[in-house]
Unconditional design. Structure first.
Length: 211
């Protein structure tokens, strides 16, 4: 089994978590949600001795994808996102970049993913889970080998994502968490899009939105 390493940087004006999932045997890393500060993300990976081989987006809001285009240009790494998120990624108003960064930022994914799809990137296996509610094409990436899920803005410690943006739905978001994320092992660590880590077991017991 590959030796996996997980690290994060807080990036952008809204302090989003950009995650690294690295295969130390290959000195390659996947990057989740490069919301900004692409140069800083690149330099961090370089200092660890990691080559960035894939950029994975949990959803299309610009605080999570704002640095994806620059990072792709710098590294040649392809961008992955769920198929249902394509329209939002390519609309500077819907993806909120017109408001957050005060300019329209768009990105076209190199590969559009399907719910339940399994990926192997740099020797790391991931399962894609469509978790709409925060956005129509929001998704989470589960890595069984690392015992973790990258949840974006679907699930936070003691909270869930906002549902008042275009395409959002509170009922869909709650259903996504309960049907998809709560089906994972309770010890699964949740690497969130903002704030602190949590676990599936903790959220099942204590999350006030999901009781």
């Amino acid at each position: 089994m590959a030796q996996l390493c997980i690290a994060s940087l807080m990036v952008g004006e809204l302090a989003a978590n950009c995650w690294f999932l690295a295969n130390e045997d290959r000195k390659e890393t996947l990057v989740f949600d490069p919301g900004g500060e692409a140069e800083r993300i690149f330099v961090y990976a370089e200092k660890q001795g990691w080559k960035i081989t894939a950029i994975l987006l949990t959803h299309g809001h610009s605080d999570h994808m704002g640095g994806a285009e620059e990072l792709r240009t710098r590294t040649g790494a392809p961008v992955y996102a769920l198929e249902e998120e394509d329209a939002l990624l390519r609309d500077g108003v819907k993806n909120l970049s017109a408001f957050i960064q005060h300019k329209g930022i768009t990105v076209q994914a190199d590969e559009l993913l399907q719910d339940g799809q399994e990926l192997t990137l740099s020797g790391i296996r991931l399962k894609v889970q469509h978790t709409p509610g925060h956005t129509p094409g929001g998704c989470c990436y589960y890595c069984r080998e690392a015992g973790c899920v990258f949840s974006g803005d679907t699930l936070f410690q003691g909270s869930i994502g906002r549902s008042d943006f275009p395409g959002g739905s509170m009922s869909e978001l709650v259903r996504s968490v309960k049907e998809k994320l709560f089906a994972l092992p309770e010890e699964t660590k949740v690497h969130t899009g903002h704030g602190e880590d949590t676990t599936i077991g903790y959220e099942k017991k204590y999350n006030p939105y999901l009781g």
